[in-house]
Design a protein around this ligand. Structure first.
Ligand code: LIP
Length: 263
């Protein structure tokens, strides 16, 4: 795809992320409770997820009718030019009015992510990356942290109920045994954005979907970090484990969560 066409999409993604954020803020700041429906164990969907999903699909369908769209709430399939979207990543946080959630919008063309946007509308933090052009937060360049080693590293280790609990417990055990500190903050998109801007040193989770991570993984790559090849082995449509970190702890993290790495 020509660079100018990617640029058009990159700019548009930021515009609709901000508009979608206004929808999320309307629910977040309303007085009544945010009603959530359980799709599975600790896997929620709210009216806001569904309204933002419809909004983003509508805007993208009007602006780029030939592109494919894959979202957490509406599904979709593979396409040469594909939008991969989580309308609210961190829905449990959102439903409890914890301001740790984001709209995650990625544009994936000819087998690689070209544009990623992760927007936290409550903190008004717009994380943006275009492949080959770096990563920013609110327009300011961001870089991963210069980690000194495991005992200097803070890792966000997401929990997925789609993998055995014993495997997550073992993963956390390996992190702690090797001197890492860990948090489990409930949003892969935000966790990867925080890695990209130097607030944490790594993100790992045993299973996630592409809409949770594609935008955040590009942020990390463009901010000088390392990421596993999430789309390997059909990850784009089927999901995969995810591992991302600062370069200094890559080898240590690959021992913690052994994956075929690509970057
Ligand atoms: C969430 C992920 C998070 C994971 C949660 C949930 P959602 O996505 O971002 O990393 O641990 O279980 O899957 O469901 O809020 O879009």
């Amino acid at each position: 795809m020509h660079s100018s066409e990617i640029a058009r999409r990159h700019t548009f993604a930021q515009e609709i992320a901000r508009e979608a954020g206004a929808i999320a803020r309307r629910y977040f700041e309303a007085g009544d409770s945010i009603r959530a429906t359980e799709k599975g164990a600790h896997d929620l969907v709210t009216e806001a997820d569904l309204e933002i999903d419809r909004f983003l699909i509508g805007r993208l369908g009007q602006a780029f009718p030939g592109d494919g769209i894959l979202t957490e709430e509406s599904g979709g399939g593979e396409a040469a030019n594909l939008w991969v979207i989580d309308p609210i990543d961190g829905t449990t946080n959102f439903s409890r009015r914890i301001p740790h959630f984001a709209m995650s919008i990625a544009f994936h063309a000819e087998g690689r992510t070209e544009s990623g946007v992760v927007y936290n509308p409550i903190l008004d933090e717009m994380f943006v990356a275009r492949r080959g052009f770096g990563a920013t937060c609110n327009g300011r360049s961001i870089r991963v942290r210069e980690t000194r080693g495991p005992t200097d590293a803070l890792i966000d280790a997401g929990y997925s109920s789609k993998r055995p609990l014993v495997d997550y417990v073992a993963l956390v055990g390996r992190l702690l045994e090797n001197g890492f500190a860990f948090v489990q903050n409930g949003s892969a998109a935000i966790g990867l954005a925080q890695l990209a801007c130097g607030r944490i040193d790594g993100y790992c989770e045993l299973f996630l979907h592409s809409w949770d991570v594609l935008a955040g993984l590009l942020l990390v790559e463009e901010a000088g970090g390392w990421t596993s090849d999430f789309t390997a082995g059909g990850g784009l449509l089927n999901g995969n484990a995810v591992l991302a970190s600062t370069p200094a702890i890559r080898e240590a993290m690959e021992r913690i969560l052994p994956l075929r790495s690509a970057l």
